[in-house]
Design a protein around this ligand. Structure first.
Ligand code: SF4
Length: 91
């Protein structure tokens, strides 16, 4: 059951444990996202815009995607992208 004190800010990470090993957990605050698409240019395999405002993203990329995901994170002009290690929950 979802925690009513935690806002729903995007899809949950993949439950596939093989992806979680050494992988990342990405969360985008879709309430803040303004669809600037900078993340889509920085990491097109992991962030895409559908229509004018619907951002789709990979919530559980592998560790190999770390550089691309980090480029996307720093490119976001409103810092809406949170990146953590999937195993530890630490950035
Ligand atoms: S760069 Fe930031 S504001 Fe722009 S689409 Fe990506 S997450 Fe949203």
């Amino acid at each position: 059951m979802p925690d009513p004190n935690v806002p729903d800010i995007g899809p949950s990470p993949s439950p596939d444990p093989s992806r979680a090993a050494g992988g990342l957990r990405v969360t985008v605050d879709l309430n803040r996202c303004q669809a600037y698409a900078q993340c889509c240019y920085a990491a097109p395999d992991h962030f895409t815009l559908h229509g004018a405002e619907a951002l789709h993203y990979d919530p559980a990329p592998t560790a190999a995607a770390r550089d691309a995901i980090e480029r996307a994170r720093v490119s976001c002009p409103i810092q809406a992208i949170l990146v953590e290690d999937a195993g530890s929950g630490h950035p």
